[in-house]
Design a protein around this ligand. Structure first.
Ligand code: ADP
Ligand code: MG
Length: 457
């Protein structure tokens, strides 16, 4: 086998490991590697519609295989047969039919085909959306909407900061509705895409079709509605679309990075309508939820993550689920290159180093800062924390500070011991385990730690 073949075999192997069989069969099995030239691979797909799937789901696979075989980051150019160069809904539909026929004519028992919708991402479901205090109402509202389209919660307006799961929930609604009714007419799109689609139809003088498409839906899912600000003519069109759907009790779900009240430069009459149904906020996940999310996501990877590692990672990224996922991907890359079977804190720390450096929000904190903030919280001086006194409240503050130093910084145990008045690394380990077992029994300690962590960052 030449190097290209080895690379392609590896891509297929990793894709197989990472995807459900049905997804692999549909999206990957017909793909061909045309060539690898320099750091670019040309991959042939039999439909442009599959490109998005590759970009969303197989980027990591290509990178991993690229590093393993070429020791280089490989980028991909996707190519399609000339007949299929324009992606469109009808294309996707015939694709689906074609696929179904193939399966039906197959002599072996046909696998269950996932229902493929051209814009809805199958991987975002309610089942894999981890619930926490930060998102439980938004999730409940999204579920309620999926069960009762065009009911009380119309429109449903979900808002919150970046990477908190808005797009995930929007797609989950689409997937759930399709599961219950594969014929439901659904459109999922960002408001950017809505704007482009509108302008394109305007340019082609084809507004009738535009109206027909949008006003005949059962469910319209529009992501990042804030992008509609300052787009007067599109707002006008959206206003009519909204009214037409709403009057016919068709469901609309919108997301935004902010509360509707802060959507300045958006027509008042639109904002008023956004508030007709239910508005639900997603806030950043707390520590427990971050751990739960990591626990859930790390099951997708073929190795063990120690509990310490998950605790450590949850402490490193505090505002955004996308960062947590990114961290797992970094770890995956390192683990694959080194053929590791277990992910320890040290491996995790090494893998995510560059991610933290490029994200100022997650800059490493110093041990001194931790000692100061813990001291402030418990009314103990930094000197006492580093000192030898064995009074109960000082010992507790000292152990908490050591715990946080382990959780929030990259320092080794001996280094941490040194910063605490030259203590041995076993003392740090003991303090860490002690606080960890206390945390398991004592909710109020978790609240104390969260308060301190928020001060440190
Ligand atoms: P937003 O649209 O709010 O910017 P996304 O929906 O794109 O955020 O979420 C970013 C990533 O984090 C996605 O991969 C998503 O699956 C994941 N994610 C966010 N919240 C959760 C959650 N509660 N449970 C599981 N995954 C989540
Ligand atoms: Mg989004």
């Amino acid at each position: 086998m030449n190097q290209e073949q080895v690379f392609w075999e590896r891509v297929l192997q990793l894709a197989k490991d990472n995807l459900k069989q049905s997804a692999f069969d549909f999206f990957v099995s017909d793909a061909r590697l045309l060539e690898v030239s320099g750091d670019t691979a040309r991959i042939f797909l039999d439909s442009p519609f599959k490109k998005l799937f590759w970009e969303e789901n197989l980027k990591g696979v290509i990178i991993t295989a690229g590093f393993e075989i070429y020791n280089e980051q490989i980028t991909v150019i996707y190519e399609f047969s000339p007949a299929s160069s324009s992606p469109s809904q009808s294309r996707a539909n015939s694709e689906r039919r074609h696929h179904a026929q193939e399966l039906n004519s197959s002599p072996v028992s046909p696998p269950i085909t996932p229902f493929i919708h051209p814009d809805i991402k199958p991987q975002y479901t309610f089942t894999n959306f981890v619930q926490g205090d930060n998102n439980q109402w938004a999730k409940a509202a999204a579920l309620a909407v999926s069960d009762n389209l065009g009911g009380l919660y119309n429109p449903l307006f979900i808002f919150g900061g970046p990477g908190l799961g808005k797009t995930h929930l929007l797609n989950a609604i689409g997937n759930k509705v399709l599961e219950d009714n594969p014929n439901a007419r659904i459109k999922y799109l960002s408001s950017e895409t809505f704007i482009n689609d509108f302008l394109e139809h305007l340019r082609l003088n084809d507004m009738d079709n535009f109206k027909k498409t949008y006003r005949n839906l059962d469910l319209l899912l529009i992501d990042d509605i804030q992008s509609l600000r300052n787009k007067a003519s599109t707002q006008e069109e959206f206003f009519h679309t909204f009214n037409a759907l709403h009057e016919n009790s068709k469901q609309i779900v919108l997301t935004s990075d902010r509360n509707p009240d802060y959507l300045d430069n958006l027509e008042e009459r639109l904002v008023t309508r956004f508030k007709w149904g239910l508005t639900s906020e997603i806030t950043p996940p707390d520590f427990e939820t971050r751990i739960a999310i990591l626990r859930n996501k790390c099951q997708e990877y073929p190795y063990e993550f120690t509990d310490d590692t998950l605790t450590y990672l949850a402490g490193q990224f505090n505002s955004n689920v996308r960062d947590l996922e990114g961290a797992l991907k970094d770890i995956h890359l390192l683990a694959t290159m080194r053929k590791l079977t277990e992910i320890t804190v040290d491996v995790a720390a090494e893998a995510i180093r560059s991610r933290k450096q490029t994200n100022p929000q997650n800059m490493l904190v110093s041990i001194e800062k931790i000692q100061n903030e813990v001291g402030n919280f418990y009314g103990v001086s930094q000197k006492e924390i580093k000192g030898a006194k064995r009074v109960q409240n000082i010992v507790h503050a000292r152990q908490v500070a050591m715990y946080l130093a382990r959780e929030l910084t990259d320092n080794s145990l001996p280094k941490i011991g040194k910063e605490f008045g030259g203590r041995d690394h076993t003392t740090v380990m003991h303090a860490y385990n002690k606080i960890k077992s206390l945390l398991a029994e004592d909710d109020s300690l978790e609240i104390e730690l969260t308060t301190i962590r928020n001060k440190i960052r």
